[in-house]
Design a protein around this ligand. Structure first.
Ligand SMILES: C[S@@+](CC[C@H](N)C(=O)[O-])C[C@H]1O[C@@H](n2cnc3c(N)ncnc32)[C@H](O)[C@@H]1O
Ligand code: SF4
Ligand code: SF4
Length: 304
């Protein structure tokens, strides 16, 4: 017999070229070393005008393998269903579109299963803990999404990031440290070997460009680092300053600049990421609040 939190077959994603858009930075969880730095209690929701104009800046010039809608936790945005229709209209019928969510609030959107099916959008649900309290809060929504799968024909992929050989990388564990520590006291790795950091990039061969403020950015941590700076100001170590100086690609760029950006591999900013893989042996409970997480990090050995 399968339990109501049995997730079914594992789903993996082979090295795609992705454009991802945050529709909110808000998140209900505080996952260790969140790649998008949205584990620190940020507060921002995209407007419909921003969503439309940012996509229009690029949709006639580029054709990503996948377009991702995420955050933070995208199901916290009240207009999620409308964004799914807009994304399909702007990217056209052939574009692969995926919604990435932790699954906690899918039930807040009355027609989400149907809208996902109608817009040919798949939903990837990241499972970030197997702790009893976590699964207890999620189990009704897991059942709901299985029902969408059976009754609406919605594509629902459950990605269990807590186990070896799950999530993005079928050959090993996926969840790893991208920076040291948490919140105001987080630090870049700076192992002085950006090539090794690039080779070791947590994206495992995928290129996950971000569409934010109308511009294109190399990867999630470089895009959302300025949001951590806005929150913490001078409390954030000046070791982040060289990375805060990163300039994204603007829509006025030439075709050559766009091609160069698209093909770029290692950049000097890759120094902020670890040159060696640091898997997290015991994931912190993502249900901890921001202040509980700060205390947790203060009470554990400093991360090296
Ligand atoms: C930033 S979250 C946003 C969407 C949604 N909140 C979720 O958790 O699925 C998107 C994805 O980033 C990836 N991610 C974030 N932090 C990571 C880490 N430290 N190691 C590996 N993958 C990570 C996971 O694939 C996660 O599902
Ligand atoms: S659920 Fe976890 S991984 Fe996803 S945005 Fe929130 S803190 Fe980051
Ligand atoms: S800075 Fe480089 S190594 Fe780090 S996440 Fe971005 S692309 Fe990957």
């Amino acid at each position: 017999m399968t339990s109501n939190t049995d997730l079914g077959p594992k789903t993996t994603t082979p090295d795609p070229w992705i454009i991802a858009i945050h529709i909110t930075h808000n998140c209900n969880l505080t996952c260790d070393s969140c790649s998008d730095m949205t584990n620190i209690g940020l507060n921002w929701m995209i407007t419909k005008d921003e969503f439309v104009s940012w996509i229009k800046n690029w949709n006639e010039r580029i054709k990503p393998d996948q377009f991702h809608i995420l955050g933070g936790e995208p199901t916290l945005h009240k207009d999620l269903e409308e964004f799914l229709y807009i994304a399909r209209e702007l990217w056209g019928p052939d574009q692969e579109i995926r919604l990435m969510s932790n699954g906690f609030f899918v039930d807040r959107h009355e027609n989400l299963g149907k809208v996902l099916k109608e817009t040919n959008t798949s939903i990837d649900i990241g499972l970030h803990s197997k702790k009893e309290d976590y699964l207890g809060k999620l189990k009704d929504n897991i059942l709901l999404m299985k029902k969408w799968r059976e009754e609406e024909g919605t594509t629902v992929n459950f990605m269990d990031f807590t186990e070896e050989g799950s999530g993005w990388n079928p050959s090993g564990r996926t969840w790893r440290r991208i920076y040291k520590g948490y919140g105001a006291s987080m630090l870049p790795y700076e192992d002085n070997d950006p090539e090794a950091s690039w080779e070791n990039c947590w994206m495992d061969g995928a290129r996950c460009f971000q569409l934010y403020q109308g511009n294109l950015w190399k990867c999630p941590p470089i895009t959302y680092l300025p949001e951590a700076k806005k929150k913490y100001g001078d409390l954030l170590s000046e070791k982040w300053d060289p990375y805060l100086a990163y300039e994204p690609l603007k829509p006025e760029c030439s075709d050559e600049e766009l091609m160069q950006f698209w093909k770029s591999e290692c950049l000097s900013i890759c120094s902020m990421c670890p040159a060696k893989t640091h898997y997290i042996d015991e994931l912190k409970n993502p249900l901890m609040s921001v202040s509980e997480s700060e205390k947790y990090y203060q009470s554990t050995e400093p991360v090296t």
